[in-house]
Design a protein around this ligand. Structure first.
Ligand SMILES: Nc1ncnc2c1ncn2[C@@H]1O[C@H](COP(=O)(O)OP(=O)(O)O)[C@@H](O)[C@H]1O
Ligand SMILES: [Mg+2]
Length: 262
């Protein structure tokens, strides 16, 4: 019997039949996943399940052995990271560093600069006055959205973990991407900070209409903000559905949640 594979969607990120190998290890195994614009999609699973490897494959940082990545209906599987960024795909990294000696505003503006740089090598060297204005404007909008405008002039080295996470999110938003991959963006936050982070993700969705694909270990955040959730285990998709479906799923409970109440 031939497996029926859904065609890629045209309104965001689509992964079809994706496999990534490291030597003998199959880190991602025949994965299908969609992250549409205007929706918050979750990607969860235990450590080593293949979440970051999936993000790397989406943004062009590794070479899958099989499968395709589409952005808004176009096959980007053979394009490098800058070309994918130009087509609207941005991301944060699991352990992304801010530049401690720079101000918050400059750290955030770098997100816009990086997004623009991909399209023209010269821009990395000479930004026009207009581009500089545009960068600062994008940074101001992103800081406002994340509620950190009052920190604009603060040096990154003086921030708390909670503030750093918001600056990282603002930096990604300054790139004005249409789809954003967020890898454990709330790591290190306490309960209240995580709740506030969730509020900001919802506001980003409402005001920008971007699609967010969220790798997140905090299940209360996932259950609260995600429309649709994919569950990976040992590289394989073991479940996908709404948060209600996840809550009711025996497979997810057994493989991932254990006895934890969600
Ligand atoms: N560059 C690499 N070389 C070899 N193995 C890797 C590499 N990156 C990840 N892996 C392995 O692939 C699996 C998936 O890793 P990863 O995608 O980082 O998981 P997650 O983000 O879900 O915790 C793990 O077994 C990990 O050890
Ligand atoms: Mg990871």
């Amino acid at each position: 019997m031939t497996a029926v594979v859904a065609p890629p969607t045209t309104d965001g990120l689509s992964v079809r039949g994706l496999s990534v190998r490291f030597g003998g290890l199959v880190a991602v195994d025949n994965l299908d996943l969609d992250a549409p614009e205007g929706r918050l999609t979750g990607l969860i699973g235990p450590n080593g399940a293949g979440k970051t490897t999936t993000f790397d494959a989406c943004s062009g940082l590794n070479t899958p052995s099989e499968g395709s990545v589409h952005l808004f209906g176009n096959d980007v599987s053979r394009l490098g990271p800058p070309a994918r960024a130009q087509r609207g795909l941005g991301r944060t990294f699991q352990r992304m560093e801010l530049f401690n000696s720079l101000s918050v505003a400059d750290n955030v503006a770098l997100g816009r600069e990086a997004a623009m740089a991909g399209s023209n090598v010269l821009r990395q060297i000479v930004a026009s006055r207009h581009e500089q204005d545009e960068m600062m404007e994008a940074a101001a909008g992103a800081m406002e959205l994340c509620g950190i405008s009052d920190l604009a002039d603060r040096r990154a080295s003086a921030l708390s973990t909670g503030q750093r996470r918001l600056v990282e999110l603002a930096r990604a938003l300054a790139g004005r991407f249409r789809i954003l991959l967020l890898d454990e963006p709330s790591s290190g936050l306490d309960h209240n900070e995580t709740a506030r982070f969730g509020d900001i993700l919802e506001r980003v969705m409402a005001e920008r209409g971007v699609g967010l694909l969220l790798v997140e270990h905090d299940m209360s955040l996932v259950m609260r903000v995600c429309h649709h959730v994919y569950v990976l285990d040992f590289g394989k998709l073991i479940f996908e559905g709404s948060t209600d479906d996840i809550r009711d799923s025996e497979i997810v409970r057994a493989a991932y949640l254990g006895a934890e109440e969600v």
